[in-house]
Design a protein around this ligand. Structure first.
Ligand SMILES: [Zn+2]
Length: 101
């Protein structure tokens, strides 16, 4: 059962109502003494914008992007480090010629 956000255009009272899509949407503000008309906010996606979740989405996207970039650089790095020059063979010390006595 979806819940809808309503916002009173007179007193600014905001509330959520659980109702099926077949139910008639509310029109009158439930606040006592207020006879203003309420406006149904569009879906939960629109409600998130009011709660400032846009920042969260941006954070989530940038962090996942950073992870992807990290994996990319990690995968390309080992290929470069394989250019190691072979160690030169140690100079062989001349074996002392054995002088026959
Ligand atoms: Zn109201």
């Amino acid at each position: 059962m979806p819940n809808y956000d309503y916002l009173c255009q007179t007193c600014g009272h905001r509330f959520e109502v659980f109702q099926s899509m077949n139910d008639a949407k509310l029109e009158d503000c439930p606040q006592p003494g207020c006879e203003g008309k309420v406006k149904r906010l569009l879906g939960t996606g629109a409600g998130l914008i009011f709660k400032g979740a846009g920042f969260y989405q941006t954070d989530y996207r940038s962090s996942s992007y950073q992870q992807g970039a990290k994996q990319d650089s990690a995968a390309s790095k080992p290929a470069e480090s394989t250019s190691s020059t072979p160690a030169p063979a140690p100079a062989a010390s001349p074996t002392p010629a054995k002088s026959g006595d």
